[in-house]
Structures are given as structure tokens and as C-alpha cells.
Design a protein around this ligand. Structure first.
Ligand SMILES: [Zn+2]
Length: 361
């Protein structure tokens, strides 16, 4: 999008009170993937913090925001505004307000795009109802960012001008994560990621960023397929449930360790998800929940005994038998290395997210 210069007349209005929350941590990877999901776009690990309109101080839309579907294009824009070196959240919020004001000035009912990413890597809701509609996994707000395409196109605006320079690393990283999040949420293939100029006569998203779109699609695809977490759901009876129970105990929660996912455990998991501010509080443990801090990094000498028991439980279940002692001893270290080798991971005996995700796949 090419915004008029006034978009940088940053509002001096104080941030609204009661808006200090970081916004929802959206972890939609936990939902069961729908039938017919595009290959490689199922329930994978994707989570990105997005600040809601209410939090950054958006004005209400001037008319009700309607929802539309299906999502067929993910369009990347740049705001064609100066490349600010203020990477703060405060700047991001003020920038979002200035963009909304400039779009009101065009007689649009609200911010045109669905999400905005600041040069500091802050992701903000653009058009109202974007966060709310993500939960439908099919609908999204009818926006105003690409003429004729709006009924089927989700728009992401990147703060700055990328005709001659590339975005800063923080923005690029968030753009990859955000695109992966949108693609996995709507179960669409990253090949639908295009630039504004693919549809209209415009420089947007800038020559340099445009040339990176193949790399973006590739990185998004990698991001979506990175970790093959399994899912644990109410009613399950498995070693994975037992591991989940041990990991919940490690967080200080009281839950029996019996390998059976009953209604009491559902309450504990929902409580955990609520405490983590997760978008879905549904008792289903998938990528988002596993990666929310439930699977701590373990290595020789780790004192997180229940978490070590969980790892030993899964190592044993995967054929690398270890004593389930809660002590990360030499035998455990050897079992971890053997498991890592069998999964083509670096055999360093450190259980981080990559190893956890394969243990719990
Ligand atoms: Zn554009």
C-alpha cells in the first residue's frame, strides 16, 4: 500500500489505559486439522503474538466490519512510509494509529489491511475483527488493501519502504512467522503468498522485498513443517498422556500420573492454557501448548525431575529404554543421543524443542 505522507503524523494521544497486555498469544496449531487440509499445512507449530486493536488504541470502525471467505491470497505490502529506526512497541502502536487515521481519510471504514508488522517486529491487528475471525479458520474481515481482490485476500502491511533496501531482521522474522500462522490457521499453502504488485500497478511491496517473496514462501513452508508435535486429547490413553501429566506436574500443577486423559486432567490443561493466555482454551495439547513452556530444555544434571521422567517415559516408548528415575544420568544421555541420531537430529544429548517434538510426535 502506498500511504500519503500524513500517515506519519504520529498521534500524540496517550496510549489508552488498561492496554498493557501484549495481546493474544495465538497458538492455533492445537486444533484438529480439517479434512482435506493441504499437505504440510496441518496442525504444526505456529505461534505469534499479535496486539489487538483495543490494545494499540484503535478507533472504532465507522461501519460494521463484514467477514468474507474463502482466503485465496495472502498479499504482502509495504506502507511506503519512512524506514523508522524506532523499533519500540510504543512506536508500533502509534504507527498503527496513524495508519488507521490515514485510511479513515480515504473514507475507508477502518484500517485497510488485516495485520501490520512494525520494523521492530511488533505484529498488530489492522482491521477490526481480524483476531476474532481467526478462530473460524475460514472467514476473515473484508478489508481494503488490494482493489478487486479484497473478498479473497488477506493483507499484511510491513512498515517501511523496501524499494531499495530490505526489511530489518526483526520484521522479516515476524513476517515469516505471521505468514506461517495465517497459512496454518486457514489451511492454505504458502504458494498463495504474493506481492501487491502481482495484482496492481504499484511498486508495493517494494522491489527489494518483492524479490524476497520466493524466499518468504520457502521459509514459511519450513516454519510450518518444522516440528512434528503430536496431539494429546481428552479420552486418550498413551505414554504421551503420561508425559503430559508429568510435564504439567513440573509446572506445579496437581494431576495424577496414570497415562489416562480424564475430565480432571481436562480441567488442569484448560487452566494451564488459560494462564498462558492461549487463544484456544480447549484441553487439546498440541504444538502451541507444548511450546508454551511445557517442555523445558533438559540436559545432563537437569533438576526438573518430573520433566526428566516425562522424557524418559517417551524415550522408553520410542524403544530407547531408560530407567524412569527423574535423574538425567549417563544412561539417559546415551538414550537421548541414540534417539536423536535415529531422527537425524544433532546428537548432543540436550532435549530442546526439536527433540521434544519428535519424542512427543
Ligand atoms: Zn500495497
Amino acid at each position: 500500500m502506498n500511504l500519503p505522507d500524513r500517515s506519519m503524523d504520529v498521534s500524540r494521544r496517550a496510549m489508552l489505559t488498561g492496554t498493557l497486555g501484549a495481546g493474544a498469544l495465538l497458538t492455533l496449531g492445537d486444533r484438529p486439522s480439517a479434512l482435506g487440509a493441504v499437505s504440510g499445512t496441518g496442525a504444526r507449530s505456529v505461534a505469534v503474538p499479535i496486539t489487538s486493536c483495543a490494545t494499540w488504541g484503535a478507533k472504532p470502525p465507522t461501519e460494521p466490519v463484514r467477514l468474507t471467505s474463502p482466503l485465496q491470497q495472502l498479499i504482502v505490502h509495504h506502507t511506503a512510509t519512512p524506514n523508522s529506526t524506532d523499533y519500540s512497541q510504543k512506536h508500533a502502536f502509534a504507527f498503527a494509529r496513524s495508519v488507521q487515521q490515514s485510511h479513515f481519510a480515504r473514507d475507508w471504514i477502518d484500517t485497510g489491511q488485516h495485520l501490520t508488522i512494525s520494523r521492530g517486529g511488533h505484529v498488530l491487528e489492522g482491521r477490526h475483527r481480524t483476531l476474532e475471525s481467526l478462530a473460524t479458520r475460514t472467514q476473515f474481515p473484508l478489508g481494503a488493501h488490494c482493489t478487486d481482490m479484497n473478498p479473497v485476500a488477506f493483507g499484511i502491511e510491513n512498515e517501511g519502504t523496501y524499494s531499495e533496501v530490505l526489511p530489518p531482521a526483526a520484521l522479516w522474522k515476524r513476517l515469516v512467522e505471521t505468514c506461517a500462522f495465517v497459512c496454518s490457521t486457514y489451511r492454505v499453502d504458502p504458494k498463495i503468498i504474493v506481492g501487491h504488485r502481482d495484482h496492481q500497478s504499484t511498486d508495493c511491496p517494494g522491489e527489494q522485498l518483492y524479490k524476497k517473496l520466493p524466499a518468504l514462501r520457502s521459509s514459511v513452508r519450513t516454519s510450518m513443517a518444522a516440528r512434528p508435535w503430536g496431539r494429546v486429547s481428552p479420552g486418550d490413553v498413551s505414554p504421551n498422556v503420561r508425559a503430559a501429566q508429568l510435564l504439567l506436574r513440573q509446572t506445579g500443577r496437581s494431576v495424577p500420573v496414570d497415562g489416562g486423559y480424564d475430565s480432571a486432567m481436562t480441567s488442569v490443561v484448560k487452566s494451564y492454557q488459560g494462564a498462558k493466555g492461549m487463544f484456544f482454551v480447549d484441553g487439546i495439547i498440541g504444538a502451541g501448548t507444548w511450546e508454551s513452556g511445557l517442555t523445558p530444555t533438559l540436559r545432563t544434571g537437569s533438576t526438573a525431575r518430573d520433566a526428566v521422567r516425562a522424557a524418559q517415559t517417551m524415550l522408553t516408548a520410542r524403544g530407547h529404554r531408560t530407567t524412569i528415575s527423574g535423574t538425567f544420568d549417563d544412561a539417559t544421555s546415551r538414550a537421548v543421543k541414540a534417539f536423536q541420531s535415529s531422527r537425524s537430529l544433532t546428537a548432543d544429548a540436550v532435549i530442546g524443542l526439536d527433540t521434544w517434538s519428535r519424542l512427543l510426535a
